[in-house]
Design a protein around this ligand. Structure first.
Ligand SMILES: C[S@@+](CC[C@H](N)C(=O)[O-])C[C@H]1O[C@@H](n2cnc3c(N)ncnc32)[C@H](O)[C@@H]1O
Length: 203
């Protein structure tokens, strides 16, 4: 796992910034029952997620990321902008989903999951039948799954895995949901890559 170098501000935010951590969300979840909750898996530097949270103060956003500088950066930005509806889980999504206190998610966002393009690494891809089954268990009717990738081969893989799901139905290909472009996406666009966008919904 990449560790990366942390700035002093990022280190401080990782140790403090309690109000923007998922542990805090678990403490206050009973007070937020009437709010939608959106999960983003692998938010990278978190800039796009931060903008989404600022633009939608009535929705709670939970971001999960393994990369420490990304987590530190987003926590710093939450403090700087006094954002109260964004909560960060530092770790693997598997550890987050194993938590006993979880909200009812209205949407799961997976933007540019690591492509693992070498044939021998493909089994490491996040989108897999077991993972989709796990999502099916924690999501309820009408919950959405929004996925973006710039890898044609990963897009084919997503179609294949999702077509095996009995619960997710494809709502749209290229639904063009209003959102900020992510860091990875801007780089992909500069390289001339096509962006594949998928929206599924639990039936
Ligand atoms: C290709 S990057 C895309 C980052 C960001 N979504 C963007 O579009 O700029 C994939 C990100 O997913 C994170 N990631 C990979 N596997 C993960 C996991 N199991 N749990 C949480 N984050 C994960 C990586 O650390 C990385 O930051």
């Amino acid at each position: 796992m990449r560790q990366g170098r942390l700035t002093t501000n990022q280190k401080d935010a990782l140790s403090n910034a309690h109000e923007n951590k998922f542990a805090h969300y678990q403490e206050i979840v009973s007070t937020r029952k009437n709010r939608q909750a959106i999960l983003e898996i692998g938010f990278g530097d978190g800039r796009a997620l931060l903008q989404q949270a600022i633009a939608n103060p009535d929705i709670d956003f939970i971001g999960v990321e393994v990369y420490p500088p990304g987590v530190g950066q987003l926590l710093c930005q939450c403090l700087l902008h006094n954002v109260k509806n964004l909560f960060v889980f530092h770790g693997d999504v598997e550890s987050l989903l194993a938590q006993t206190i979880l909200p009812t998610w209205s949407r799961v966002q997976i933007y540019f999951p690591d492509p693992w393009h070498k044939k021998r690494h493909k089994k490491r891809r996040l989108i897999s039948e077991p993972f989709i089954k796990q999502l099916e268990m924690i999501l309820s009717r009408d919950s959405q799954l929004h996925i973006l990738t710039d890898w044609d081969d990963y897009a084919d893989h997503i179609e294949l895995v999702m077509s095996a799901s009995k619960k997710f139905k494809k709502k749209a290909q290229n639904p063009k949901l209003e959102r900020e472009k992510t860091k990875y996406e801007l780089r992909a666009l500069k390289l001339g890559h096509k962006i594949h966008e998928f929206l599924y919904v639990i039936d």
